[in-house]
Design a protein around this ligand. Structure first.
Ligand code: ADP
Length: 503
């Protein structure tokens, strides 16, 4: 007998076996996985958490809305918790694994149809298994001049998983939820809700107007466990006639403040339309070298070592990138305005830079980050603050101090989206080294606590940290989430613990 996987909490092995039998009838025997070995891909974690604590009891691979309804009916009957994933590569946040041990994975990657692309209205309608690469290829093959916005691991992941996590990208459509329009959701009791204009019979406006009539519901189904999303409408960016990507280097570590002030002003005036990403020297260096090549001592790599190595590659302590989009006639005056503004703020402007993430080029280059220490451990922290220089500096100092206590390097990309700054910070470690894993876990906890204590809340965290993050937003908010959960999923079968929401 192959080793059995864990059981869902409170479910006997007899009931579970019976439930698996019924699930096999719903999706087909080949699409219910329950042997521990088969489940290995769903267990693999990059975040600093123990795989045993997030071990799934099985996986069901649904291929249609009817399958999803059938699976929900079985799980309601046997009170089996179900963790939906789309492409399941939520890498720095927990990949495919559930928030708590024993949940059954509802894997939706077989639902991978691109249902519609409207090249006139610049919209698409996709299923959960569609990846950005698949959608990109679809557009290229048909010479449809629409651009995608995707996260760093773009080719591997997809619009539904990323948008439901409120992920971000690098073009003017970088706020993914803001550029989604219309959802189809299977509720826990099997009913199907189409949001926005989608509930109106005969409506042709599902992907063009978000709100429909009455309360705007879509947000409830992001970072939540209130339903299974089976379709999502997307707004796509018309390919611009021209674009120009710029790099602004600040050779002084304090230049971070002026960079943020200038970026915010130009974002809010509309001169710059995409997020301004400020990568620090260490983060940029990961593309060119490994930590061990630069430093063998104890503790974090000293700043002077990082800065000296970075300079050899033309990398400054702070490196801001953004893109001007439009026609060449529109770009020319904007180029003058931004060049003057960034130079006046102390930056050195390189006016012809390349960053494919800002111009529809999918690549896996961001994974070079993992080579910095090696061993595959990664967790992201994304505290949000006002886009002000003083806040960016305070966050930098908090991050350096806490990471330094654990001998970890500060690798960060504070990004100005508009009025908000997200101080995206990576924790890298060797996942196979138990001590390093524990250190990363402690460091993450302390860094999260330090940001939160300073009023910088975390807006996306991994499966091991969801309760803590939710608690930091207070009891009333948790009570409201709980009330919604009880109303929409009375048996509490959908993804218990997601975003700290339990029944
Ligand atoms: P990606 O691979 O694009 O990074 P995932 O598929 O791993 O994204 O999804 C990220 C998270 O979003 C999942 O862990 C789950 O909590 C939630 N999620 C993903 N797809 C769905 C869905 N179709 N319905 C409900 N929640 C989902």
């Amino acid at each position: 007998m192959p080793p059995r996987a864990v059981l869902p909490a409170g479910v006997s092995s007899t009931s579970f076996a019976r439930a698996l039998g019924e699930l096999r009838k719903v999706v087909g025997p080949a699409y219910v996985l329950a042997d521990r070995e088969e489940l290995a891909p769903y267990r693999k974690l990059m975040i600093p958490a123990a795989e045993e604590e997030h071990e799934p009891s099985g996986a069901v691979l649904a291929a249609s809305l009817e399958h999803v309804q059938g699976v929900l009916a079985v799980c309601n009957k046997y009170k089996i918790p179900l963790w939906p994933i789309s492409t399941g590569r939520n890498l720095g946040y927990g990949a495919a694994a559930p928030a708590t041990r024993g949940q059954l994975i509802l894997d939706l990657k077989r639902m991978d149809r691109i249902l519609a692309v409207d090249s006139v209205l610049c919209t698409a309608l996709v299923e959960p298994g569609v990846t950005y690469q698949q959608l990109h290829d679809h557009l290229q093959e048909r010479s449809i001049a629409l651009w995608l916005d995707f996260p760093g691991d773009g080719p591997l992941v997809g619009p539904i998983g990323n948008t439901l996590e409120r992920g971000t990208g690098a073009t003017p459509y970088g706020d993914h939820f803001a550029h989604a329009c219309g959802m189809e959701i299977v509720l826990a009791d099997g009913r199907v809700l189409r949001t926005g204009m989608g509930s109106l019979p005969g409506s042709a406006s599902w992907q063009v107007f978000k709100y429909g009539y009455g309360p705007y519901l879509d947000g409830l189904f992001t970072q939540s466990n209130f339903g299974v999303v089976t379709k999502l409408g997307l707004w796509l960016m018309p390919a611009p006639a021209a674009y120009r990507t710029l790099l602004v280097r600040y050779w002084d570590d304090q230049g971070l403040a002026a960079a943020v002030e200038t970026a915010r002003t130009l974002r809010l005036s509309g001169t710059i339309r995409n997020p301004c990403r400020l990568s620090n020297a260490a983060l940029m260096l990961t593309a060119a070298s490994r930590r061990a090549e630069l430093y063998q001592g104890s503790g974090a790599v000293p700043n002077n070592v990082i800065f000296a190595a970075a300079r050899q590659h033309g990398i400054a302590p702070w490196n801001l990138t953004f893109t001007l989009y439009g026609t060449s006639e529109q770009i020319a005056p904007s180029l003058d305005i931004v060049t003057r503004a960034f130079e006046a703020s102390g930056g050195e402007v390189v006016s012809d830079y390349h960053d494919g993430s800002q111009s529809n080029e999918l690549s896996l280059s961001s994974f070079s980050l993992l080579d910095w220490v090696g061993g595959g451990g990664l967790a992201w922290l994304a505290p949000v603050s006002p886009a002000r220089g003083v806040d960016a500096i305070r966050q930098r100092d908090i991050a350096r101090a806490v990471l330094g206590m654990y001998g970890m390097d500060y690798l960060a990309a504070p990004t100005v989206y508009g009025r908000d700054l997200h101080h995206l910070t990576a924790i890298l470690f060797d996942h196979d080294d138990l001590q390093a894993l524990q250190r990363a876990k402690d460091c993450f906890r302390d860094l999260a606590a330090a940001f939160t204590a300073n009023g910088y809340g975390l807006v996306r965290v991994g499966i091991d940290f969801m309760d803590q993050a939710a608690r930091s937003y207070g009891e009333t908010r948790r009570d409201v989430n709980r009330a919604l959960k009880r109303a929409l999923d009375p048996n509490g079968i959908l993804a218990p613990g997601k975003s700290g929401i339990h029944r």
